[in-house]
Write a protein that binds this ligand. Structure first.
Ligand code: PHE
Length: 339
């Protein structure tokens, strides 16, 4: 083979440009009008006849190799080059999808803020709880139906452990670990083994309140709840306390707020009474104080607990509790900018 052509083949095979200028110089040198290949093709006439076939083969081989090198390096250099638009400061920004706060979170934060303003601090406890903190220390008798499998999700390997059925378990932890005065609210998830429907779910959120000090009376409880109701539902809100029963409070009550009885919805929501049930409450039972090593002769206190979902449904006119847990973007997007 012609020595000069063999050398060109080697140069082309080894060619490795580090930038576009080097590639262009290479292209001009081999494929340009006055380039190596045109010269070689022009020299074809003067090649002796018996060498023409071999000469044509290697010159074409060189031409293909040079063309392929140019194509390959051209696309490689283009890919590594930053796109012009990335540096274009006048380009419109990409659309950024923002999230929004879940309505349950909004209502929880609002309630927490209301109690913080009168000196309550936030406390939390575990979602997987032992029998002592969820039931026994709260004065639930052994045979109490709430301990039944129907209501509680037990950890199947150890029935002493369960998903907490209420945030009252945090009361116990708080009293065990601290000296009075205690003034806390405890928001969190709770779990009940119940059928899921438009009105109830097996997972929901509660906020617990606990105040323990010397000389705490039922009047303190009532005034605190009235303050909360007026902050949350409006300054004219009326409340009433109805006698009720919880194993861990004595006396116990349900707090209702006056909702009104004008429309058909009012009838449905208040079951025809005009009153809306908002929370359970009462004076902490002396047996509960004792179980947590607080002397009931020195200290007294009140506790209350409310469900967040139900008042969230009322606040936003949401017809079905399940919507709060489905993570459906069509539902959640409606709260963008609203809250
Ligand atoms: N733990 C009760 C419930 O889940 C609510 C409650 C809390 C009642 C504190 C009284 C005092 O229904």
């Amino acid at each position: 083979m012609n020595k000069a052509i063999a050398e060109h083949l080697r140069v082309v095979a080894d060619f490795q440009p580090s930038n576009a200028d080097e590639l262009e110089a290479f292209r001009l040198k081999y494929l340009g009008k006055k380039g190596v290949l045109n010269d070689l093709f022009a020299a074809f006439k003067s090649v002796p006849n018996e060498e023409k076939k071999e000469y044509g083969r290697v010159v074409n081989q060189l031409k293909n190799a040079a063309e392929q090198a140019v194509l390959r390096f051209k696309s490689e250099l283009e890919q590594s080059k930053p796109l012009h638009s990335e540096n274009d400061l006048t380009k419109t920004g990409d659309h950024v999808f923002t999230g929004s706060q879940h309505p349950v979170t909004t209502v929880r934060n609002e309630i927490v803020d209301i109690f913080k303003r009168i000196g309550f601090s936030v406390s939390e406890g575990p979602e997987i709880e032992d029998d002592w903190h969820n039931f026994s220390a709260l004065n639930f008798p052994e045979e109490h139906p709430a301990r039944d499998m129907q209501d509680t999700f037990f950890v199947h390997t150890d029935p002493d452990w369960a998903l907490r059925t209420h945030t009252s378990s945090v009361q116990v932890r708080e009293m065990e670990g601290n000296e009075p005065p205690i003034r806390i609210i405890a928001p969190g998830r709770v779990f009940r083994n119940e059928a899921i429907s438009a009105r109830s779910h097996c997972i929901f959120h509660q906020i617990e309140g606990l105040y323990i000090d010397k000389n705490v009376s039922f009047a303190d409880l009532k005034q605190t709840l009235l303050y909360f109701a007026r902050e949350f539902f409006g300054a004219e809100t009326k409340i009433r306390l109805r006698p009720s029963y919880f194993p861990f409070t004595e006396p116990s009550a349900e707090m209702d707020i006056w909702w009104g009885l004008e429309t058909e919805t009012d009838y449905r929501m208040t079951k025809g009474t005009g009153w809306l049930e908002v929370m359970g409450c009462g004076m902490v039972d002396p047996a509960v104080l004792e179980a947590s090593n607080i002397d009931p002769k020195v200290y007294s206190g009140y506790a209350f607990g409310l469900g967040i979902e139900r008042i969230t449904l009322q606040r936003f006119g949401i017809p079905d509790i399940r919507m709060l847990f489905e993570n459906d973007m069509r539902f959640l997007n409606q709260f963008k900018g609203v809250i």
